[in-house]
Design a protein around this ligand. Sequence first.
Ligand code: DGL
Length: 257
Amino acid sequence: MSNAPIGVFDSGLGGLTVWSELYKRLPHESLIYYGDGKNCPYGDKSRDEIIGYVDFAVKRLLERGTKMIVVACNAATAMAIDYLRSTYDIPFVGLEPAVKPAAEKTRTGVIGILATAATLQGRLFKGTSAKYADKVEIIARVGEGFVELVENNMENTPEAVETVRKAISPMLDKGADQIVLGCTHYPFLQNALSIVIGDRKVELLNPAMAIEKRAETLLSQFHIAASADNKPYYEFMTSADETYRQKLIDKSKSLNL
Ligand code: DGL
C-alpha cells in the first residue's frame, strides 16, 4: 500500500482526457499532472527531442515522490516508453492507438486511425497495424492542426469542424466505421468529429478508459494502491508559465467532473 501520488504526463492539455478517468475511477489516489506546455506539440519532433522532454518531466514528477507514472501521450509513449522503463524503477503506463479493438469491432472492414506523426512512426503502431493489415484496411492520418486547436481552446469553432473534415473525410469516404483517437488531445474535438460524421454509423475509440484499467491493474500488482482512508490531493505542474498552469486547471474542470 502507498499513498504517494500518481504522476500523469502529457505534452500539454490532452492528457487531461486520461487524467479525468483516473480522477473519477481512482478516488483515493492523489494525482500530479504535468503538462509540457513549453514544448508542445511533440507530434512533429524527433525521437531524441521527445526523449529529452519526457525525461525532464519524469524527473520533476519523481522529485515529487510519484509511485507510478501514466504517460498520457501516445507520441511520448511511442518514442520514449522503452527508455523510461529501462531507466527508472517505477511502473509506467503507456498509451498506443487502439488498433486491436477497432479491428475486432469493424463491420465494414475499414478502420481509421488519427494520431500525430510521431505516433504513426513509432514501433508500437507499426507492429500492431502490421498484425491486423491482412484482416482490415487501415487508413492512418495525422490529425493536422488538431493539437493546436485544443491548446488554443478552439475546439468548438467552425475552424475546428473544417480541420476535422479535412482529416477524416478520406476515412469516411472509404467506409470506415471505427475511428481510433490515437492522441489524447483528440477527444476534446468530440463535437467537431460528431458534426462531420453526421448520421453515419461510426464509432470513435478513445483509449482513456482502458488506460485507467491498466493503471488499476498495476497498482494492485505492485501493491501500491492508496488506502481507502487516504485523503487525495491534486496538483498541476507545467514547464510553461502560470497562465498555462491555470489553463490546465480550467480545462480539467471542463471535463464534466
Ligand atoms: N497528446 C499527445 C498524444 O497523445 C500528443 C500531442 C502532441 O504534442 O503532438 O500523442
